[in-house]
Ligand binder design. Structure first.
Ligand code: GLC
Length: 414
């Protein structure tokens, strides 16, 4: 059985590697996550809808968001054009008045996002819900559901005709086992944006599933991806992991459980080692600003990405066995070894000693390696190899005192 080649757009999407997810909407004013309308039984729908009157978007700046994404080393960004609460950040052109131009903002926020991304060289993607609590899509009768799908398609038609997108990210088909008329939906996408990447989130529990032949990438929500087995597939699909920066997609003001820059680096490296993209979420404030912690963490991890840009964007996994989370990637005929959990060398009275220095053995690399060096310091690494190149051992020295790049990258001359 053979593995199909990726289409040029899917190959380009894979090289984009790292993206920013943005969950922002009326719920951001409540600061308790994007599902609060559904989960807080005391929250009356009419009251929630009234939040449109105070949704000023006064700190929302598409260009600034895109420029942060760029500094973070991200190459695309995905904004929730409409989430499950049914409120649209785009101008629905009269389809509904539950949208940003009819809110206190009085502006088309998706337009500002898309323009900001284009100005900064970030590929704009839009998330669009299919589950709509505002229209009871999850519990209405079959006849009503069919009408709802008409409305959904009309909404998508507006979106797809108006904005030049790198991709569209659907979410919510898991809310109802019914006829979503997917052929029609995807035909709409292809009619207006033939080169857009199509993602449809299969949700927690169904990670990595190909839900329809038009889908360009499978999803791994909130967990590190498995390598995708593409043998015998009709079409090559990319893979993408999406993850929250704390435990919520929409801002959680009382959620302190944040990922660190080190966590972000490890997850990004692991995604790339499994051949997947990493889509990391931020939840903007009620007014639309990216919170300080998120900004700082993204910038800090971005410095690491800049140091390792060759392997992060172009690196593809090489099939071999490595210890722990370590991995070998190949980019433009160069091989890279990613070493996790290395300790800092120095003096035992001052450095926190991990157990992570010393030899690490790669099994089944089957390529002759003569020289290796750490990308961060240019220091050479001792290499030992069996005659048949089945066993390759790198004598992984610890970080020089004063440094710790979390995932240390070695370039191997093969
Ligand atoms: C889930 C949630 C949702 C979030 C999405 C992102 O499916 O329903 O709130 O937008 O995951 O992956």
């Amino acid at each position: 059985m053979t593995v199909p080649d990726p289409t040029p757009r899917v190959a380009e999407f894979e090289r984009r590697a790292y993206g920013m997810f943005l969950h922002w909407g009326l719920y951001s004013q409540l600061g308790r996550g994007e599902w609060i309308l559904h989960l807080d039984n005391d929250l009356i729908h009419e009251e929630y809808e009234g939040l449109a009157e105070t949704f000023t978007a006064e700190a929302f700046d598409g260009r600034k968001i895109a420029s942060l994404a760029k500094a973070a080393g991200m190459k695309y960004a995905v904004l929730t054009a409409r989430h499950h609460d049914g409120f649209s950040l785009y101008d629905t052109r009269g389809l509904t008045d539950y949208d940003a131009p009819n809110s206190a903002a009085g502006r088309d926020l998706v337009r500002e996002f898309v323009d900001g991304c284009h100005a900064e060289g970030i590929e704009p993607f839009l998330y669009h819900t299919t589950l709509d609590w505002h229209r009871d899509s999850h519990e209405c009768s079959p006849g009503e559901f069919d009408e709802y799908v008409d409305f959904l398609h009309d909404s998508l038609e507006v979106l797809l005709a108006e904005y030049d997108l790198g991709g569209i990210w659907f979410d919510g088909d898991w809310s109802r086992d019914d006829d979503w008329r997917l052929d029609e939906r995807y035909a709409l996408v292809r009619e207006h944006q033939p080169e857009a990447i199509v993602v449809n989130n299969t949700g927690i529990g169904n990670e990595g599933e190909v839900s329809h032949p038009e889908v360009d990438s499978v999803t791994f929500e909130q967990r590190e991806p498995d390598p995708v087995n593409r043998e015998g597939m009709d079409k090559y699909v990319a893979a993408e992991m999406c993850q929250t920066m704390n435990g919520h997609w929409g801002i959680g003001e009382r959620d302190f459980d944040y990922k660190s820059p080190g966590d972000i680096i490890e997850t990004l490296a692991t995604c790339r080692a499994r051949g997947a993209n990493y889509l990391l979420n931020v939840g903007p404030t009620a007014e639309g600003a990216i919170p300080e912690y998120e900004t700082a963490a993204l910038r800090r991890a971005g410095e690491w990405v800049e140091l390792h840009d060759d392997v992060i964007y172009d690196g593809r996994p090489v099939d071999c066995e490595t210890p722990g989370r370590d991995a070998v990637l190949e980019a433009d005929d160069d091989l890279y070894y990613l070493a996790f959990d290395l300790s800092v060398s120095g003096h035992e009275d001052v450095t926190v000693r991990g157990d992570g220095t010393g030899p690490r053995t790669i099994v089944g690399l089957d390529r002759e390696v003569t020289v290796a060096r750490w990308v961060d310091s240019d220091e050479g690494i001792r290499v030992l190899q069996s005659d048949d190149a089945d066993l390759t051992t790198l004598d992984c020295t610890g970080y020089p005192y004063g440094t710790n790049t979390v995932v240390r990258v070695a370039e191997l001359d093969a």
